[in-house]
Design a protein around this ligand. Structure first.
Ligand SMILES: Nc1nc2c(c(=O)[nH]1)N[C@H]1C(S)=C(S)[C@@H](COP(=O)(O)O)O[C@H]1N2
Ligand SMILES: [Mo]
Length: 337
């Protein structure tokens, strides 16, 4: 199957903006370049299916016997420093429209994600640290100061939402990890278990999902490790029991259901960068002036409505993060590098 690339200005986001790639399996497996002339690669087709709420989702989540062992920590106190001018995305809308490729390359993954067993759950901290460790998730969460923050989220597919996350500052995890002075990056990894995550049976994807940030980025106040949302432990489809929120970067950087943090001096290559390096590079800072090769990034569709609003540089968080990139230059820190 070969789909001729569209011209970005002619696209509506519900027609074409999707990270999902149509991979020609044979081409992929013979190791040919994925992107030459776009010949091996096309869009998966229409994945966005409106903001319909799937009632079975909240059902399956609430009728399970599982009681989160950290339930007593919620709701955590809101940190008023993170105010937001937008309306919060309705919880039901958010919980039924997710990117979590482990459970399918479409948005209606919530039900399938309930198969993920989030306890027991261990988080490994390794690489360039004083002492490698394996932490039990409940002990880890209880050792951290939880707070609620209202954050914007901008998916590279040009839709956005606003979420009340609960979690702790990434820099507090770094303090616990005691990295060696040579560590420059943190590589993060999601669980891998194709027996519960059927998406991981699609062996042409480079599982497990991997993301990476610089130490400076992870140490920035905004970098937040999420344990909950909407005043309670995070729903599985949000990336329980531990996911990242980097609100100034495109959403794919905010890796879900993390099992490993590796401190390293080598720049990690992410899941998406491996698949399509020209489309999903390391920096991935939100920038309305730089189009994705297949669509415009100038505006975004607000989830749960038909409103389109202008996208802001660094997703509106420039004051907090622009200094991180002043030596690199803005152009270097968008996608595709
Ligand atoms: N492990 C994992 N993390 C992931 C993804 C994924 O497919 N797998 N998708 C990313 C993308 S593209 C986005 S936009 C956000 C979506 O988060 P949400 O479903 O909570 O809105 O999760 C990110 N983290
Ligand atoms: Mo995304």
């Amino acid at each position: 199957m070969f789909i001729k690339p569209f011209r970005s200005w002619s696209l509506k986001d519900n027609q074409a903006t999707d990270e999902s790639l149509y991979l020609n399996r044979r081409t992929f497996m013979t190791g040919s370049s994925l992107l030459i002339g776009g010949a091996a690669l096309g869009l998966a087709g229409c994945q966005e299916q409106g903001g319909g709420y799937d009632a079975s989702v909240s059902q399956s989540a609430s009728t399970s016997d599982f009681v989160d062992p950290t339930l007593d920590l919620y709701p955590a106190k809101r940190n008023e420093a993170y105010q937001i001018e937008r309306a919060l995305t309705d919880e039901a809308t958010n919980a039924s429209y997710n990117n979590f490729y482990e459970f399918g390359s479409h948005k209606q993954v919530a039900k399938a994600a309930q198969a993920l067993n989030t306890r027991p759950w261990q988080v490994t901290i390794d690489g360039m640290v004083e002492k490698e460790m394996v932490l039990d998730i409940d002990a880890l969460i209880r050792s951290m100061q939880l707070e609620e923050r209202l954050y914007r989220h901008r998916c590279v597919e040009a839709w956005s939402m606003t979420i009340p996350w609960t979690g702790f500052a990434f820099k507090d995890l770094i303090a616990k990890a005691k990295p060696l002075s040579g560590a420059k990056y943190i590589r993060m990894e999601t669980f891998k278990d194709p027996s519960v995550a059927s998406g991981q049976k699609q062996t042409w994807y480079p599982w497990p999902y991997v993301e990476g940030v610089t130490m400076q980025e992870a140490s920035n106040d905004l970098a937040f490790l999420v344990t909950g949302a909407y005043g309670k432990p995070a729903a599985k489809q949000f990336g329980a029991p531990l996911r990242l929120a980097l609100p100034w970067k495109y959403g794919f950087k905010s890796i879900k259901s993390i099992v490993r943090f590796t401190f390293t001096d080598k720049r990690p290559v992410s899941f998406w960068e491996k698949l399509a390096p020209r489309e999903y590079g390391f920096w991935a800072n939100v920038n309305p002036a730089v189009d994705h090769p297949r669509w415009s990034q100038a505006t975004e569709r607000v989830l749960g409505s038909n409103a389109r609003i202008p996208t802001q540089i660094y997703n509106g968080y420039g004051e907090q993060v622009a200094h991180l990139y002043k030596d690199l230059g803005l152009a270097e820190t968008v996608l595709y590098r």
